[in-house]
Design a protein around this ligand. Sequence first.
Ligand SMILES: NC(=O)c1ccc[n+]([C@@H]2O[C@H](COP(=O)([O-])OP(=O)(O)OC[C@H]3O[C@@H](n4cnc5c(N)ncnc54)[C@H](OP(=O)(O)O)[C@@H]3O)[C@@H](O)[C@H]2O)c1
Length: 245
Amino acid sequence: MKTVLITGCSSGFGLETARYFLARGWQVIATMRTPREDVLPPAEGLRVLALDVTDADSIRRAVAAAGPIDVLVNNAGIGLLGALEGIPMAQVREIFEANTFGTMAMTQAVLPQFRERRAGVVINVTSSVTLKALPLLAVYTASKAAVNAFTEVLALELAPFGIRARLVLPGRSPTTRFGENARSRMQGSIPEAYAELAGQVFAGWAQSTEEVTRAQDVAEAVWRAATEADGPMRLAAGADALALM
Ligand SMILES: NC(=O)c1ccc[n+]([C@@H]2O[C@H](COP(=O)([O-])OP(=O)(O)OC[C@H]3O[C@@H](n4cnc5c(N)ncnc54)[C@H](OP(=O)(O)O)[C@@H]3O)[C@@H](O)[C@H]2O)c1
């Protein structure tokens, strides 16, 4: 039986992906900053472990407790909307710590076991914003575009060891906790000079009739990335992301 370790399973895409793999008979290590047993139905194959991807000790403890895994899904991430001028560098670093360096650190932590077994898959969840530039998302987009580039290089570096690295690019998904979580970081992120631009962006979203991405779309794409040995390097998840791709 195969084992997947997923980061950021307390809500949204990570939670749905954990459910999806459990329903298909996988052993799932659902990791969360604050472990909660009640977000997923009890299942024989489920283990919930504490993991903060920005904390080296937490990573070491979680990977040791997990034991051998076949697939790592770097899903944990945080958002930030704002004009660059309104975002303190400490916040820029916070975004990169979680989205970019957290993904790199988790990957580093599992590679020795993947290399020894000459098998394993690393799946990094980035975003369709890396396919089409959108205003007020420079920092977030940069943090995810870096992961795209990182993963594509890594795939070449790891192929000789039988290890795969893949990307899943979800589109906009207003139903996860992502927007709400990002709002706590938006204090002052839109200075007065950018208010008109921000108004246009928000109005555009409010009036948008474009399709959005469902958590299920992301779970399906992650499943494909995990199970299709000859699948594509980049998988779009959601109708809007597919259209952009
Ligand atoms: N929703 C969208 O529109 C969208 C679109 C494209 C891509 N994405 C990406 O998809 C991924 C999942 O997002 P989502 O929409 O499912 O949002 P979400 O509901 O906010 O879930 C994000 C998860 O990441 C966790 N997390 C945040 N910082 C962490 C850290 N330092 N260590 C470990 N876990 C951490 C959160 O845990 P806590 O509960 O502890 O905060 C939460 O479980 C993210 O990488 C996001 O950038 C989202």
